[in-house]
Design a binder for this molecule. Structure first.
Ligand code: ZN
Ligand code: ZN
Length: 459
């Protein structure tokens, strides 16, 4: 039984999907106006792990993410750089997807761009207007917070707190908490709508996209803690007003902040780190390990020493794996008297590991179980208690861990013969390229093999 901490109820609840074992998961995607930073990476690595674990436990997951490719920030940045907003958005979308691939985030089934869902967005706004949940002014269409008495139920704010959205003198909103569904603008880029030229507000794109692919109700919505208010609150108001079906989402999941040396990461503090900056210095797997060694809801503090520690820990797992591989290839006995005892030990370890993961994806606890087990089996190895058949089982367990946590522990020894031959061909081609001094292409082959954890060393 998997328990998930639901931000809506502030409790851990048993995971029961709406439709049997099929989970519909939506996570807020990036606004593609700049390089993604390591705080984003933390969120997406966390949801990647969550998806991997749910799949390991027999759920089928459809993971949907939006791409905010129209937004004031994109337009502003594009005009500063003198490029078309859509060009800028596509460039940073490509970089984002590259970053995610390098970080091993590979479980998103579909990325939905806002600009490709304008009919759905306009249609939702029309339905809100038709039922008086929204109103038109000369600057746009606004959601009327007073039409939705439950407004604030996710963030547990009352209307007084909501007044932080102050009305500026030239504002045309009725209530301070009202938010834009449609902005009337005739500067590029704009779309035609029943209310004239303009572009959508930010909150409406998520509900338009989730309604299109999931319907008015679905299982999990995730994102960073900072999105609870007003973004997710606004989504609930929009969708539940339109459909009348509650709740829009069964489980709200939010990731904690990533701080840098105890301080919030921000451009003005100068401690802002993009994923690309990070990968100049660190292996993506080390960063991934660092992220997963803290629970996804807790704040996590980025520092060089924390990264070094993660590197050492991850190295221990790889070294252990290598050691096992060597022993399996050696002339060690196939079975022995200790097998039953060690099998029980391993089963017990695995069940504790799964229990930790079932408990709201408690990765730090799951990792400590893995490390204790490595220590324990190292001792058994030293005492010559292990047979090949046990080591093969230990290896399978670690490979399962690697699948769930997103580490490519498979060694070249695990490849089938045909794959090994193909890799040999690539290595030959690379050798010929090096003879011709085509460094660019030979480095390309090496780095691609490196992505598959095949390390080439030129000696
Ligand atoms: Zn959302
Ligand atoms: Zn969102």
């Amino acid at each position: 039984m998997i328990k998930i901490y639901n931000t809506m109820t502030r409790k851990k609840e048993e995971l029961k999907p709406i439709n049997q074992n099929k989970i519909k998961l939506f996570v807020c995607g990036p606004t593609v106006y700049d390089e993604s930073h390591i705080g984003h990476a933390r969120t997406y690595i966390s949801f990647d792990l969550i998806t991997r674990y749910l799949k390991n436990q027999g759920f089928s997951v459809f993971y949907l993410q939006n791409i905010t490719d129209i937004d004031d920030k994109i337009i502003k940045r594009a005009s500063e750089l003198g490029v078309e907003p859509i060009e800028l958005a596509r460039k940073y979308e490509r970089e984002y997807l590259d970053d995610m691939r390098v970080l091993g985030v590979e479980n998103v089934n579909y990325y939905a761009r806002a600009t490709e869902h304008l009919p759905e967005i306009i249609n939702q706004i029309e339905r809100l207007m038709a039922n008086d949940f929204a109103y038109e002014t000369e600057t746009g269409i606004y959601f009327d917070e007073s039409s939705f008495p439950e407004f604030g139920k996710l963030s547990r704010r009352n209307l007084e707190d909501l007044n932080i959205h102050r009305i500026s003198p030239d504002d045309t909103k009725r209530n301070p908490g009202d938010f834009a569904l449609w902005k009337k603008r005739d500067d590029e880029p704009f779309w035609d709508s029943p209310w004239g030229k303009g572009r959508p507000g930010w909150h409406i794109e998520d509900t338009a996209i989730t309604e299109e692919y999931f319907g008015p109700q679905y299982d999990i919505h995730g994102g960073g803690l900072d999105l609870i208010f007003p973004h997710h609150e606004a989504e609930i108001a929009q969708m539940e007003s339109i459909s009348g079906e509650k709740p829009m989402v069964r489980y709200w999941m939010h990731t904690g902040f990533l701080n840098v040396k105890g301080e919030k990461m921000s451009k003005s503090l100068g401690n802002f780190l993009t994923i690309r900056d990070l990968l100049q210095e660190y292996d993506p797997e080390v960063f991934r390990f660092f992220v997963l060694s803290t629970h996804y809801r807790s704040p996590i503090d980025f520092s060089q020493s924390a990264l070094e520690q993660s590197k050492n820990s991850l190295d221990r797992i790889y070294k252990f794996m290598e050691n096992i591989d060597e022993l399996i290839e050696s002339d060690l006995y196939e079975n022995n008297d200790y097998d039953d005892k060690l099998i029980r030990k391993l089963l017990f370890t695995r069940s504790n590991f799964l229990k930790a993961m079932d408990n709201d994806f408690n990765t730090p606890e799951a990792l400590s179980i893995i490390f204790n087990s490595i220590k324990d089996f190292n001792r058994e190895i030293n005492e010559k208690n292990v047979s090949k058949s046990i080591l093969k089982r230990v290896k399978l367990f670690l490979l399962e861990w690697g699948e769930i946590f997103g580490f490519k522990l498979h060694s070249i020894n695990d490849a089938d013969d045909r794959t090994k031959e193909l890799i040999d061909i690539l290595i030959d081609i690379r050798g010929k390229l090096r003879d011709k001094k085509d460094w660019e292409l030979s480095d390309f082959i090496r780095s691609k093999l490196n992505d598959l954890n095949i390390i080439l060393e030129d000696k």
